[in-house]
Write a protein that binds this ligand. Structure first.
Ligand code: ZN
Length: 126
């Protein structure tokens, strides 16, 4: 019975592993979209209502306590957004893998006295 449960957990775990394998590149941080006002007085960005310049994309991440910022074009911003989404998905998958592993460990530890000691049951020897 416990082996069936363990096999079930293993199947679900494999499924998560497959999803990890299919993930593309990952990136931490975030992409923000900015609209700006320029210095030319007669420009449309100073009109009423104002039509600001942009969007401009900015990638931001923390690294060793510092915030790194980088300007991106539209195509780069699209790629980074995909990678950031992949990173979030990876975090979710890891959380699920942790949980399944915890359940598997629970089964292993409560299964039998031998398993509890971390050894296989003794085989009869001739
Ligand atoms: Zn302007």
């Amino acid at each position: 019975m416990t082996d069936t449960e363990l096999a079930g957990l293993h199947t679900r775990y494999r499924n998560l592993q497959d999803q990890v394998r299919e993930l593309g590149f990952i990136a931490p941080g975030s992409v923000i979209e900015r609209y700006t006002i320029c210095g030319s007085p007669g420009c449309r960005c100073h009109a009423d209502p104002p039509v600001r310049h942009g969007p401009y994309y900015q990638y931001t991440r923390k690294l060793a306590g510092k915030t790194l910022t980088r300007r991106l074009d539209t195509e780069q911003a699209r790629a980074y957004r995909d990678w950031i989404a992949n990173r979030r998905r990876l975090d979710e998958l890891l959380t699920d893998m942790d949980e399944l592993s915890r359940q598997a460990a629970e089964l292993l530890l409560t299964r039998s006295p031998a398993a509890r000691r971390g050894t296989q049951p003794q085989q009869d020897t001739p």
